[in-house]
Structures are given as C-alpha cells and as structure tokens.
Design a protein around this ligand. Structure first.
Ligand code: ATP
Ligand code: MG
Ligand code: MG
Length: 404
C-alpha cells in the first residue's frame, strides 16, 4: 500500500502514514564483515531490514542479512545498482568508492554518514588536515614524497618516526616505524614505496583510549563512556570499559571526540581513537565513520549497543541510552595460526570462555583462518573490573577445570 524503499526515512511516530513496526527504511550496508554481521543481529531484534553489498559469497553478514548482493563496493555500477534497493545507504568499512557515493547523493540517494565524511576519513592524511583545521589536538604530521622529505620530517619530529599509508589502512597494515634515519628506506619499502605516504611524530602514549560518538538524523549527539584499548602488534586486542583514568581525562577525551565528530557530517556512530600522554594530553589518532572494535563490548555492557545505535541513527529513530550497565572487557579472538591449527586454538579458547561466568562468545564465521585476523571476540561482564580481570586471566590460562 505504500512505498517501502523510500529515500527519506521517518520515525515511527512522526508521520501520518502507517508504519508497521519501528521503521520500514531498508538499510543498505557497504561491506559484510563482522561489523555488518553485528549490525544485522541488532536489526533483527527491531525487525529492520538490512541488505549487504560484499564481494564474498560467504562473508560474515551473508547468512544474517535480509539480502546479500554479491559485488564490489569499489565498483561504481554495482554501488549504483545496490543503492536503488535501499532507503538509506551506510558503511561498515570506509574504503569504498566515495566518488560514486557523492554522485548518488546529488541524485538524491540518502547516505549516512555523508559521502564527504567518508571521503575525508578514508584518506588518513586528508583526515589529519581536516582535524587540524578544526583545532583538534593530534601528533604532528607531514606528507612525504621522497627520501629527502622523509629525512627532513625525521629531523623535525625525531625518532622513532611513524610512517603511514594515506589509504586502505586497517589493523596496523599501512604503518611502519623507522627507529632512526637509516631505517627510513626499510619502512617506506614495507609500505610499497613513496606514493601515498605521510609521517607522524611518535606519540609517547601511556594509554590508548576510544570514544564512540553517535549522531542522529536530527543532529542530536551522544557519547559512549571512554574505554581503554590495548593493541598487540598494532591490532586491537583488549578493550576495557570504562577506562581507568581520572575524571579530568574522561572529560577531555569526551570533549575531543565530540568536537572531532561535530566537524563531520551525517548520522551514525563514529569511533574516535585517542592517545593519552604522560602529561595528561589527549591526542586524536584517527576516526572511523562506523561501528568499531572498541565498541563491541556495548552489546552486553551498555543500554544501547553501538550497532543498534547506528541503525537508530541512520533510519531516524531516537538515539538510545549509551550509558554503562556493567563494566566489561572485550577480548579479540585473533588468528594464532593459519588454517586448521588456528581453528583448533580458537575453539579451545571459546570452549574455556563458555565456562566463565559473564562471558559471551561472538564468532564471525569467516571462511578462512589467517594469522592475526579478527575471527571473533569474547566479552566479559561482571560486578567489578577486578573480578572481570581475574576471570579473563583464568580464561586465558591453558589449564581448564577438567585438567586440574
Ligand atoms: P585500525 O585497525 O584501528 O583502523 P590502522 O591500521 O588505521 O588501525 P592506526 O590506528 O593508525 O592504524 O595505528 C595502529 C596503532 O599504531 C595505534 O593504535 C597505536 O598503537 C600505534 N600508533 C599509530 N600512530 C602512532 C603514533 N603517531 N605514535 C605512536 N604510536 C602510534
Ligand atoms: Mg584505521
Ligand atoms: Mg586505528
């Protein structure tokens, strides 16, 4: 009786038209990895339809979404075809064809967050230029084009020097450290040569923090509690919520995150990765225009998960309460080995987790196991951080109850 694939979403009670359920807006997601999968899980609870564009037939979201279009989010014609099927277009990965998204926006397609936001964020150098214009505190940075330029940056910023790819970075792939001038060529080679590189001054952080910020279609904004992220070889490994830092640092981190997201356009959740230095400064590392690994704990530990929040935001429902129900630790299940031996180790870990009170196991069902790949995660909630830490320790110790 009515058009369901509408371009401008409406909330359940802001229209005269009858809506059966919370929202009839079909949410199209570019990417069907674990973030897409968890968006589908949240959508299922509210009976919001999510469709996915991902090139992999058996991507993590494929079995949970309403419809999976097998194709590339780098391909213009494919993205255009996909856009026709959804009421709002969003992303679970920032490495998408933004020229096409900008063109689609001009034709009236509703992208949330805005194509301009994804365009700025997907190029880390452009992102840093953008945030420096908005006076967001960050490590100093500089584009490099050749060895001369890199040496000049090294003289200016000192060593170790962080060399980064502007584009297509994730899980630390795209980062290389030069400990001194002689190591510059090695670092640059590891990133495939001088095209598309820039350098950052080393941030002598004592902790890494993250804040998820949500913005609704009505421009209302809410911040999740500050969390601490612990990386292993550049990959997020453990997240502790809430972060154990002074209220002053909590306030500063939240303010920086709020200000950074305020400078970007569109609805959705954003993750703001931050460095905390010994002297109490908070510096921005990078922003993700989507749900983020540092927000996985929200599924069990906050009143509204980041995934539900992202859906609420993009379809135009009121934002939910981001506050904490319980302290939490999120532990990423990273591939320890290739193939079968890797699966065996992951299964042993999950088996131990199932015996831990307050532990929830998430397995992304990726078809292939690779070293250092994010295969799943475990969230532990409990009455206090001390108790959760002890439970994590017992989960990670090889001895199971049966062995004792
Ligand atoms: P993600 O998976 O978060 O998208 P990424 O590939 O985009 O990762 P970054 O976030 O740039 O990589 O860096 C990964 C990690 O490397 C950071 O979390 C931090 O531990 C370290 N790092 C990055 N930049 C710096 C810096 N300027 N100084 C010191 N350490 C840094
Ligand atoms: Mg990144
Ligand atoms: Mg990062």
């Amino acid at each position: 009786s009515m058009e369901v694939q509408e371009a401008s979403p409406r909330s359940a009670n802001s229209t005269n038209l009858q809506v059966h359920g919370l929202s009839e807006t079909i949410v199209g997601v570019l990417g069907g990895g674990q973030l897409g999968r968890m968006l589908c899980e949240a959508a299922s609870q509210m009976a919001i339809k999510v469709i996915i564009l991902d090139p992999m037939e058996n991507c993590p979201a494929s079995n949970l979404c309403h419809y999976h279009m097998v194709g590339s989010y780098h391909d213009s014609a494919t993205v255009e075809e996909f856009a026709k099927r959804c009421g709002v277009l969003t992303v679970e990965i920032e490495h998408v064809d933004t020229a096409t998204l900008e063109k689609l926006e001009q034709q009236g397609v509703d992208c949330q967050p805005k194509a301009s936001t994804i365009r700025i964020i997907q190029d880390k150098y452009l992102q840093k230029v953008h945030f420096s214009r908005h006076a967001i505190p960050m490590p100093e940075f500089m584009q490099i084009d050749d060895l001369e330029g890199a040496k000049r940056a090294g003289d200016l910023f000192g060593y170790p020097l962080m060399v980064k790819s502007k584009r297509l970075a994730y899980d630390g792939r795209g980062n290389a450290v030069a400990k001194n001038e002689d190591e510059i060529p090695m670092a640059v080679n590891a990133l495939g040569g001088y095209t598309g590189l820039y350098v950052e001054k080393w941030a002598p952080f004592v902790k890494e923090l993250s804040v998820i910020v949500a913005r609704g279609r009505d421009n209302s904004m809410l911040c999740y509690p500050v969390v601490e992220t612990i990386h292993r070889e550049n990959i997020c490994h453990i997240v502790k919520s809430p972060a154990n830092v002074s209220w002053k640092v909590l306030k500063l981190a939240t303010d920086v995150a709020y200000k950074a997201v305020s400078s970007l356009e569109g609805a959705g959740v954003f993750a703001v990765e931050l460095f905390l230095t010994a002297d109490g400064q908070v510096l921005l590392n990078e922003v993700a225009p989507r749900p983020h690994n540092s927000g996985h704990h929200t599924i069990e530990s906050c009143f509204t998960s980041q995934f539900e929040q992202h859906l609420r935001a993009v379809v135009g429902l009121p934002l939910g309460d981001p506050s904490i129900k319980s302290p939490a630790i999120m532990y990423n299940i990273l591939g320890e080995d290739e193939g079968e031996p890797g699966f065996l180790l992951a299964n042993q870990l999950m088996g131990r987790a199932l015996r831990i009170p307050g532990a929830s196991v998430h397995w992304y069902d990726k078809p292939e196991m690779r070293k250092q790949r994010k295969m799943g995660h475990i969230t532990l909630v409990g009455p206090s951080m001390g108790i959760i830490e002890a439970r994590l320790k017992s989960m990670l110790s090889e001895e199971t109850e049966d062995d004792q």
